[in-house]
Ligand binder design. Structure first.
Ligand code: PGA
Length: 241
């Protein structure tokens, strides 16, 4: 794992955007794996600015998002569909039919999951996967459990994830209890991975990911087996390394 230490959120966002920009410039028809959460918001802002300046062209890019809450429609303001539209897609020239986010309202989520993995494979896999990390060590919504789930799958969210995400909802009870997420195989098959972690709340998860056992109790620890992972960490997130 390559580690890049940054001194501010601004620097984290700029460096992450530098790596994504390089990918899009080198391979204009690339496949990006994208993430939601608060951490990548600054990165998306940087990408939008670079697009507006004429430095980036997303017209041939395909995007596959990591996850979506189950039972929530794309129009719901807290859906990850809405998040991606608001934070990135509607501000750049990416083609809407090339923006893929798992369907939270799919009639048969398991069939949808298989089709999602198939669609990624048909596009030649993910060139660059952007990740955050949960304070419980999750990547996407691969929650701590007894096994690494390979493919896209439906998952029960843990109490710690529900607690972490309740800030986006009026009440804790409104946070969906299940989600659909790309599995560890989808993430591990990405040619390159960048993971962003900011703040002391992430320090223990970062420690377990980098120096702990490879264990599904910290799903991010599987990244130790990936050949091309870059971690962008501020001082607090890196404090236990
Ligand atoms: P955050 O979420 O960026 O909002 O901290 C990260 C994650 O849960 O993967």
């Amino acid at each position: 794992m390559q580690l890049i230490r940054v001194s501010s959120y601004e620097e984290l966002s700029r460096k992450a955007a530098d790596i994504i920009s390089a990918q899009v410039i080198l391979k204009p028809g690339c496949v990006l794996g994208l993430a939601t959460g608060s951490t990548p918001v600054g990165t998306y802002r940087q990408l939008i600015e670079r697009f507006r300046r004429g430095d980036l062209d997303f017209s041939r890019v395909t995007a596959f998002n990591l996850d979506e809450y189950l039972g929530i429609s794309p129009e719901h303001p807290q859906s990850y569909h809405a998040f991606m539209q608001e934070q990135l897609f509607r501000h750049i020239n990416i083609c809407p039919r090339r923006c893929h986010v798992p369907e939270g309202c799919a009639e048969d989520p398991r069939a949808f999951a298989r089709a999602y993995d198939q669609a990624i494979a048909e596009h030649g896999g993910i060139d660059l996967q952007l990740l955050g990390i949960g304070n419980n060590g999750h990547i996407g919504f691969n929650e701590p459990s007894g096994v690494f789930y390979k493919g896209t799958h439906v998952v029960d969210l843990t109490d710690s994830t529900i607690d972490a995400n309740k800030r986006f909802f009026a009440n804790r009870e409104d946070v969906p209890k299940q989600a659909i997420t790309l599995g560890t195989s989808g993430i591990m098959h990405a040619k390159k991975v960048i993971l962003l972690a900011f703040g002391k709340g992430k320090a223990e998860a970062v420690r377990a990911m980098v120096t702990g056992e490879i264990d599904p109790k910290c799903p991010a620890s599987i990244l130790q087996l990936h050949d091309d992972v870059t971690l962008l960490l501020d001082k607090e997130a890196a404090a236990l390394l």
